[in-house]
Design a protein around this ligand. Structure first.
Ligand SMILES: [Ca+2]
Ligand SMILES: [Ca+2]
Ligand SMILES: [Ca+2]
Length: 189
């Protein structure tokens, strides 16, 4: 069983179910732990392309990335106030995590619980102005750094010609906010 393929397939099948950054974020935690040879990390470049490449040409533009994320953001915004509170953010994340576990015929385990805790931590991190709400502008800040990191040859698009970034771990959502996210993303096991 190849977690990378599974997460890719999942991402392709459920492109619009996610939101805030990060669709591939949860998958990554899992695939990272189970060691995926080809796709280091899981929410690395390939997973992100698979999740956001709207027209399926293998090239992810910033426009596509933004458009898909906006759709997901709006879907997660349950009370339609234009921002994601922690509950909305975590609920969206859990939806993806559950789907991922179901796809792999797994039951929620310790890693699941850790991932959920991380989601709450991430919300606090990406909420730059600490008003308890992840605004679209704040979301865009995170996304911009993620896109820039994955566009490692800096030609404005993410595709097969971009060398895989060296540090692609878990900062899909947390971005440059290393410390907290990093610690949380390294479960005891
Ligand atoms: Ca909201
Ligand atoms: Ca905020
Ligand atoms: Ca590129």
């Amino acid at each position: 069983m190849k977690p990378a393929l599974i997460s890719l397939t999942l991402a392709l099948l459920l492109p619009v179910v996610t939101t805030a950054q990060e669709s591939p974020a949860p998958a990554s935690d899992d695939t990272t732990a189970t060691a995926v040879p080809g796709v280091a990390g899981g929410h690395g470049k390939a997973a992100v392309i698979a999740a956001y490449d709207a027209n399926g040409d293998g090239t992810l533009t910033l426009e596509e990335y933004t458009q898909v994320r906006k759709t997901r953001f709006d879907e997660a915004d349950a009370d339609k106030d234009g921002a994601l509170n922690e509950a909305e953010y975590v609920a969206e994340f859990e939806g993806r995590l559950k789907q991922q576990y179901a796809d792999q015929n797994k039951q929620p385990d310790e890693r699941y619980e850790n991932s959920m805790k991380q989601a709450s931590v991430r919300h606090a991190i990406v909420d730059r102005n600490r008003d308890g709400l992840l605004s679209w502008d704040e979301q865009q800040l995170v996304a911009a750094s993620t896109f820039d990191r994955l566009d490692s040859n800096k030609d404005g698009v993410i595709d097969a010609t971009d060398p895989e970034p060296e540090r692609e771990d878990r900062d899909d959502t947390a971005g440059d906010t290393g410390d907290t996210g990093g610690a949380a993303a390294q479960p005891a096991n």
